[in-house]
Ligand binder design. Sequence first.
Ligand code: SF4
Ligand code: SF4
Length: 424
Amino acid sequence: MADYRQMWTDLGMDLEKHDLLCEALPDAFAGVFLAQENRPEGMDYFNFVVAEIHGVRPAELVEHQKNGGKVFGTFCVYVPDEVVFAAGGIATGLCGGSQFWVPGGEKVLPANTCPLIKASVGARLDKTCPFFRIADMFIGETTCDGKKKAWEILNQDVPVYVMDLPQMKREKDIAAWEDEIRLFIQKIEAVTGNKITPQALADNIKLINAKRKALIRLYNTRKNTPVPISGKDALLITQIAFYDDPARFAAQTNALCEELEQRIARGEGVFPADAPRIMVTGSPMAIPNWKLHHIVETSGAAVVVEESCTGVRYFENLVDESPSTLEEQVRALAERYMKINCACFTPNTGRIDDILRLVKEYRVDGVIDCSLQFCELYSTEGYLVQQALKEAGIPVMHIETDYSEQDFEQIRTRVEAFLEMLGK
Ligand code: SF4
Ligand code: SF4
């Protein structure tokens, strides 16, 4: 990585501690990603983004702030990025996916909090992630209880604005989310000092839709046998989508897709045609959480789709681009975002419909339902998910894990037994 120490110092980071993270990441990345055979050349860009993860993009965000712009950190796929960009701001995903940050979170949170929340709080309080230092404001939401309480703790250290997400999907709930988006617009306008015009919102709805379309195109390539890209690489690209510049990200992903489509035309893939095709469903896998994918794909199977917020939940369904008034645009945003099926909703049968549909679309042989430890929402909903899959005759296994490496071999043993059971 180039030398960004001055920038990190200016951001008030704990350089000594941060060095430990910087030392560990290259080896971890090389072991999981660079060791793969026959990777697409288009992955070079994404390799570069990870190699410079605490440098290039943070420097762009700092530059944006020097020019008077604001940066907003988000933690959930319900927060409409379109609004932030329409006000001349930049939205960047902040969810923590590393065990490195967990002890920092445990200083202020109960140990039985999910690792994603602990890592996110730890990354801020320990001063070891530039993204968490740069954001002028964090945008929280009322999804799970752990997050709701974490916002109050983080708010002592950094301004946190919380969006009140309904937990049912009746018409009055969609109308309530529409109201929340209106309030969000007012807040973002106040913080940025910029008025959101219908034209600016229309332009940015197109911008974020273009990112979604690139990801849809990428995931469509994974429907082929043999699969032209590994699940690990696809997951990495989705994780990067949360914080990269949206236009550049879409261009790079589309360029990669051209290469993948050529591979498909030639019948080339990264796994043998008879490798078991696995769907991973459940809690999000924030960067750099690659554990389960790495285990599955070094056990001879291919992960072909993720039904998660670091998967299809992030990009399926486009926002309607036809409205021209602010009122209609806000309605279109509310309708699109309320189509996401997170386990914080009740009932959440739409998620089960999605899983069964994705099994068919991606010709899935088996499903791994994976929840993060202490994620009550996805662990509890796992019962209904597994029941529906069993009724449909689809093999399924449940895994509960955290960010540590302690259960790595135990999970590998269970995954291998599951793959053997698939009999491919
Ligand atoms: S799992 Fe639910 S709460 Fe978490 S990012 Fe996804 S939508 Fe938001
Ligand atoms: S993984 Fe589960 S517990 Fe953790 S933040 Fe997401 S919904 Fe909440």
